[in-house]
Design a binder for this molecule. Structure first.
Ligand SMILES: *Cc1c(COP(=O)(O)O)cnc(C)c1O
Length: 367
C-alpha cells in the first residue's frame, strides 16, 4: 500500500512546478536513503554544519554556506545576521534593534509574496523595510539615493518569476551600488538553484536557495556567502534563528542532493526537459479548443513552462477546476486564467503523468 492510500490522501499530478502547497519537489532514492540513515543517529550538529558549509562551497563556488529551515527563514536570519553580526548580546536582543543599523533596502518591484510577503520575513528580524524606486522601475540612481540614507543594514534583492514585470533591476549594478556605501547584499534566489553561479557572480554577500525546490533535497534554506556573513548566520541559532533551525536529516539530505547535483549531466537534463516541453506543446496543440506554446522562464532558469490558451467559449478557470476535481486531481497554474491562459511546469513529472494530463485535457475540452 502506498503512502497516500495508507494515510487517506489524494495522489495528485503537480504541474505547478516547485509549489509549496503540493510538496515542492521529488527527492531521489539516494536522498531519501541518506535521510533515512540520518534519522536514527546522533550527530555533533556543529560538525554537520561545518560539513554542509564545505559541501555548499565545493558545489557552488561560494566561500561558505549554512543550512537553515527554509528560504523564508533564511531571509529573516540573513537580515538578523546583517544587523547583529556574531555579537552574542545583539543576537539575544533581536528583534529589538536598539543601537544597530536596522533598515533593509529593497527595490519596490522585489516586494514579493511566495505565500508570505517577504517584507514580513524581513520585519520578523526587527528590521524596517525601505522600498526604492517604483514597481515598474528601480535604477541604480534610485537605489543609491536610498542606500545613502542612515542606518542601512543591508540590501535585499530577489531573483524570481515573482518580481514585478517592470524593467528588471540590474543585480550586479545594484550590488556595486550597495558595496559603494559599505552595505552588504542578500539575494533571495529560492527557486534559482540552477543559476546559483550567476547569482554569486553578482558579488552578493549571500545568496539564499530553497533546497527543496530545484535541488530536490528535504526542506532546507541554503545560505551561500562570505565566511563572515555565513558565520553570523550560524550564530543566530542562539537567537531568533532557533525556531528556524535545520533538522539533522535535512542537512544530511542536502549533502546527498549536492553530491547528486554535481554528478549529474546538466546539459542532458536541460535537453530532456526541453524535449518534454516540446512534445507536450505539439500534442496539446492538436487538442480541440486550446493552443499551446512554450514560455521561457523570465528569471532565466534553463527550463521552460507551457502556456495553454483556451479558445472563445472555453473558460480557463473552469477547465482548471475540472482537472483538479477529476481523478487523479491535476493541478495547473491559474494566475493568468483571467486572460484565458493556464500555465504548466513539467519538470518533476514522469512521462506517464504527462500522458495523463493530455488525456484529461482531451476528455474535458468541449468538441
Ligand atoms: C519559494 C520562495 C521563497 C520561500 O521559500 P521557502 O523555502 O518555502 O521558505 C522565498 N522567496 C522566493 C522568491 C521563493 O520563490
Amino acid at each position: 500500500m502506498g503512502i497516500h492510500e495508507r494515510l487517506g490522501l489524494s495522489e495528485v499530478v503537480n504541474a505547478c512546478g516547485t509549489y509549496t502547497p503540493l510538496g515542492v519537489s521529488r527527492s531521489s532514492a539516494a536522498v531519501a536513503a541518506a535521510v533515512a540513515a540520518a534519522l536514527p543517529e546522533f550527530f555533533v550538529l556543529e560538525e554537520l554544519g561545518d560539513r554542509a558549509s564545505e559541501a555548499i562551497a565545493h558545489a557552488t563556488g561560494a566561500e561558505a554556506g549554512a543550512v537553515v529551515h527554509c528560504t523564508a527563514a533564511a531571509t529573516t536570519i540573513a537580515v538578523a545576521a546583517a544587523m547583529a553580526g556574531s555579537d552574542p548580546e545583539r543576537i539575544a536582543a533581536l528583534p529589538d534593534t536598539t543601537g544597530m543599523r536596522h533598515r533593509v533596502v529593497l527595490p519596490a518591484g522585489h516586494a514579493v509574496d511566495y505565500g508570505q510577503s517577504n517584507l514580513q520575513a524581513v520585519r520578523l528580524a526587527g528590521a524596517d523595510v525601505v522600498l526604492a524606486g517604483t514597481e515598474e522601475r528601480c535604477g541604480v540612481d534610485e537605489l543609491t539615493a536610498v542606500l545613502a540614507g542612515a542606518e542601512v543594514a543591508c540590501l535585499l534583492l530577489v531573483s524570481s518569476r515573482l518580481v514585478r514585470p517592470g524593467e528588471p533591476v540590474d543585480l550586479a549594478a545594484a550590488v556595486r551600488a550597495a558595496h559603494g556605501h559599505g552595505v552588504p547584499v542578500i539575494i533571495d534566489g529560492a527557486a534559482q538553484f540552477p543559476r546559483v553561479g550567476e547569482l554569486l557572480a553578482t558579488g552578493a554577500d549571500a545568496v539564499l536557495i530553497s533546497g527543496q525546490k530545484y535541488l530536490a533535497s528535504p526542506t532546507a534554506g541554503l545560505v551561500l556567502g562570505t565566511r563572515q556573513l555565513v558565520r553570523a548566520v550560524r550564530a543566530q541559532d542562539k537567537g531568533i534563528g532557533r525556531g528556524m533551525k535545520p533538522t539533522k536529516e535535512a542537512i544530511v539530505g542536502v549533502l546527498a542532493a549536492l553530491d547528486e547535483w554535481q554528478a549529474a549531466d546538466r546539459e542532458e537534463w536541460v535537453a530532456r526537459e526541453a524535449a518534454k516541453v516540446a512534445d507536450f506543446v505539439r500534442a496539446a496543440g492538436r487538442l480541440p479548443g486550446i493552443s499551446a506554446r512554450e514560455w521561457a522562464d523570465p528569471a532565466g532558469l534553463p527550463v521552460s513552462r507551457v502556456v495553454l490558451s483556451v479558445s472563445d467559449g472555453v473558460d480557463a478557470a473552469a477547465l482548471a477546476a475540472k482537472l483538479r476535481a477529476g481523478r487523479p486531481p491535476i493541478f495547473v497554474m491559474t494566475d493568468r486564467a483571467g486572460s484565458g491562459e493556464l500555465v504548466l511546469e513539467l519538470v518533476s513529472l514522469a512521462d506517464e503523468e504527462v500522458r495523463t494530463i493530455l488525456e484529461r485535457l482531451d476528455a474535458e475540452l468541449p468538441r
